[in-house]
Ligand binder design. Structure first.
Ligand code: ADP
Ligand code: MG
Length: 355
């Protein structure tokens, strides 16, 4: 296993990139420490697969270096990097048995038969594939095949990192949560560094200790699920994570605090006035807004009952503010006003957090 570092990595698929849009990865500086469970989260097209392929060596970055334990491996070929990669769609040899599929990466590296047997049984047990070990892979469902792909990724014990690229795409929704918790369990058992790529926040937040949020070829924030929830460093992170995502309210800064139409709002910290920011906004999650006797006046637009709680959509002038109201709590009908929990009230200038 190893620590993995991307040092000022940029990548373009264009021959002669000149425009900003030509870069699939704009500038990535990240270190993944040994043994961690990481997720790479971002919308489709933001550069996740490009990043994985640079780590595994399927792609050489246009700029920058890839290091394993501080050794520059940018020009070391993929098969010498000791990486296991599980792709979005199962890669399975249909004519082989499940056992032979799982054994393949080991036999390829001349692992002695006794060790192959032991390891294949161990992995099959973890993935509940023991029953079908001697069946042909062609008889399996898509779920079963993807389990084999996962198994093939997990079977080698000599890998630096195991990377999963949206591995649950073909899995039936009701099986997804099962495999998701299985993967988390496997990480605890195996202890290898794992990087899990997904566009699904639930998958990322349940699997990983640390989540790296990407947008448009850039890393927007790396943090624990709690950090991403409580203190998004960028409005993109605030909005992308959470359901519904963080509210954003245009404001001005007066006497060190944000103000909306003359209503002062208390934020997590007192601020210096941002000098050149074009756009200053309050970011507050729907969980941290409540109806109070005094505060910012709003009108109620819509109430959506989810069972455990209600999502109340309100509006102040042209700004929509969503509020999560627990079951049983009162929603005022006449003259509603709202307040924000100061500890979770952040201010953003041109998208980036000030406090
Ligand atoms: P993700 O995995 O997050 O969906 P990708 O890394 O696949 O994103 O893609 C990032 C960007 O690079 C996208 O704009 C995509 O269209 C572009 N891209 C990906 N692969 C290629 C390729 N082989 N040739 C040209 N452009 C590509
Ligand atoms: Mg992808």
């Amino acid at each position: 296993m190893a620590k993995i570092t991307l040092d000022q990595v940029r990548h373009s698929y264009a021959q002669n990139p000149d425009d900003d849009l030509d870069w699939a990865l704009k500038e990535v500086d990240v270190t993944w420490s040994d043994g961690g469970a990481y997720a790479l989260l971002g919308p489709s097209g933001c550069g996740k697969t490009t990043l994985l392929n640079i780590i595994s060596g399927l792609l050489r970055p246009s700029r920058g270096r890839v290091l394993f334990d501080d050794r520059d491996i940018t020009d070391i070929p993929s098969d010498k990097r000791h990486i296991a990669q599980v792709f979005q769609f199962p890669v399975v040899y249909d004519t082989m048995t499940v056992f032979d599929n799982l054994a393949f990466p080991l036999r390829n590296r001349d692992v002695p038969q006794a060790q192959v047997d032991a390891r294949v049984h161990e992995i099959a047990k973890m993935l509940d594939l023991e029953e079908s070990l001697h069946n042909r892979a062609s008889h399996l469902t898509a779920d079963g095949k993807q389990k084999i792909s996962l198994g093939r990724g997990l079977v080698r014990s000599d890998v630096n990192v195991i990377m999963f690229d949206e591995p649950l795409t073909v899995i039936d929704p009701h099986l997804k949560w099962l495999l998701r918790s299985k993967l988390k369990e496997l990480h605890q058992q195996i202890g290898s560094t794992m990087i899990y790529v997904t566009h699904d926040q639930t998958e990322a937040l349940t699997f990983a200790d640390k989540v790296m949020v990407m947008h448009d070829g850039m890393v927007m924030q790396i943090g624990t699920p709690v950090e991403l929830f409580e203190k998004p460093k960028h409005t993109f992170v605030g909005h992308f994570i959470g359901s519904p995502g963080m509210n954003l309210l245009p404001c001005v800064i007066e006497n060190g605090y944000p103000s909306i139409d003359g209503h002062q709002i208390i934020s997590a910290q007192k601020l210096d006035i941002p000098e050149v920011a074009k756009r200053v906004e309050i970011g507050i999650r729907p969980e941290f807004v409540s109806f109070t006797p005094n505060g910012l006046p709003v009108e109620i637009v819509k109430i959506n009952d989810i069972g455990q709680y209600r999502i109340v959509e309100t509006r102040h002038k042209n700004t929509t503010i969503k509020i999560i109201v627990a079951e049983g709590l009162h929603i005022p009908t006449a003259d509603p006003k709202i307040s924000f929990d100061p500890a979770y009230t952040h201010v953003y200038a041109d998208g980036y957090i000030l406090t």
